[in-house]
Design a protein around this ligand. Sequence first.
Ligand SMILES: [Zn+2]
Length: 307
Amino acid sequence: MKNIACFDIGGTFIKYGILDINGKILFKNKFPSPKKDCGREIPLEISKKINELKNNYDILAIGISTAGKIDSDKGEIIFASNNLPDYTGTKLVKVIKELTGLDSFIENDVNAAAMGEYWKGAGKNIDSFICMTLGTGIGSAIVIDGKLHRGVGEGTGELGHTIINEEGEDCSCGSRGCYERYASTSSLVREYERRSDIPKGSITGKDIISRVKDKETLAVEVYNKFLNHVVTGLVNITHILDLGLIIVGGGISESGDLFFEEINSVFSKTVMPSYGQYTKIIQAKLGNDAGLVGACYTALKKLNYIK
Ligand SMILES: [Zn+2]
């Protein structure tokens, strides 16, 4: 049976795997992302892995989910941050074809995760939704009628850089008061560290959640403020797009049902009442595999295996 070799390229790790045409993961592994010359090193690493995988699997094509702003039609990286040095401008699909002889299909990582959830996860059988990842930053993708909304410059979904406080904290994007400065997991950690005397880097978002469960006063205060910030962005996007469903993934969303109960509760009190009657915020289902499953979907869709 033919399979898709899938890669999920992030700033820290490159996950890869073999998925069958039903999206089932037959094999997966990961290796550290190159720290320099990514435009050269990443295709070379992919080619090496393909050569190994070819020994055991019949590979039809390659699906790639990657960090950065990408041109999915041309198969190029329009822009990547310094997490992947010298990756901007890489003609990924062309170079991989030269190295492996295989066709590859690329998608932005947040978009790929959304399509993974659409195909096999929390968005299954639902045509329109927002998919949001709470992590170091905030990523989001917009799916309307089963298709990604891309924007004229492939730039849709930068919810993390919508401004919620124009006099607020400086952001890495050059603006200030961006949503992700207040509602990302790293902002939760930063605020907790700022208000306590623990050393920087000694606590994670999940640790703070467990302190909330233990009813530690500071953790509860910081967390409640964080929830309000998260909800602000969800209310804004709901009032703009009114899609009825927001799927939330990322480490902190895995802290479970309580997080989603609280988010939905604050949301329904904040959003205009008529939206609150039908809009739901739910947990992503695929976890760390969303990128690989979405990469597989990307390839199969372009190859017309998926209608
Ligand atoms: Zn920003």
